[in-house]
Design a protein around this ligand. Sequence first.
Ligand code: HEC
Ligand code: HEC
Length: 201
Amino acid sequence: MLKRHWISLSMIGLLSAAAASASDAGARLDRQLCSVCHGPGGTTSSELFPQLAGQPAPYLIAQMKAFRDKTRSEENAKRFMWGISSRLSDDDIQNLAAFYETQPPVKHGKISDQAKYEAGRDIFTNGHPDKGVPPCMTCHGEKGEGKDTTPRLGGQNETYLKRQLKVFYGNERPAAMAMHEIVKGLSEADIDNIAHYLQAQ
Ligand code: HEC
Ligand code: HEC
């Protein structure tokens, strides 16, 4: 009994060592290939590039594979992510995801327009019941923290969020089935408000 206990403890030790080395390998790739655009540890002050820090690993894995197999095909995906993702193996993708998931997410907290912020919060929390828009937080989490293959939105760059919500009017992210329906009930002003609210989470 005692011996079995000892064996299972050493197994746990081995497993957490494996997780740490995956994340270390991810950190190396981040420095070599990704931080030039996404910032060190997936945190950037540039509005052009999305924040990756604190994004759930299953979401990151799905997106990197979608760039690599060219199924995520909006203009900036083609321009910036198709080339680099073609150089990543499945192991690289796993390691990068393990690394970014554990990096502390950005906290911008910049509210420059209180009315926009409140209007955005209202849609995020309650949806637009009359237009068939469900509350965003039912899937993305109360603070937009994301879970599994649903992305973190809290702290994400405002211009990136707006751009992606507009991408969902077309069919360049075919995996985002729920989002294609949801954006049909959102106006341009709704999108501005939601993005302003979310970047400040
Ligand atoms: C030359 C700049 C550049 C480099 C280098 C780069 N990226 Fe990107 N990445 C972008 C841009 C721009 C986007 C946003 C694409 C869009 O708006 O459609 C993006 C999007 C992403 C996304 C999707 C984020 C989301 O929220 O859906 C992931 C994941 C990602 N990159 C991971 C990586 C990883 C991992 C590396 C390194 C192997 C990397 N990127 C290197 C510019 C870059
Ligand atoms: C039924 C669940 C669900 C609801 C409700 C939902 N989303 Fe999503 N959303 C998703 C999933 C899943 C994805 C990832 C799609 C993919 O894999 O490409 C996503 C992706 C996104 C993205 C892209 C993020 C990125 O990093 O590229 C944005 C922005 C977004 N959602 C905003 C919203 C907003 C705003 C609302 C409310 C009006 C909302 N979502 C409601 C499930 C949902």
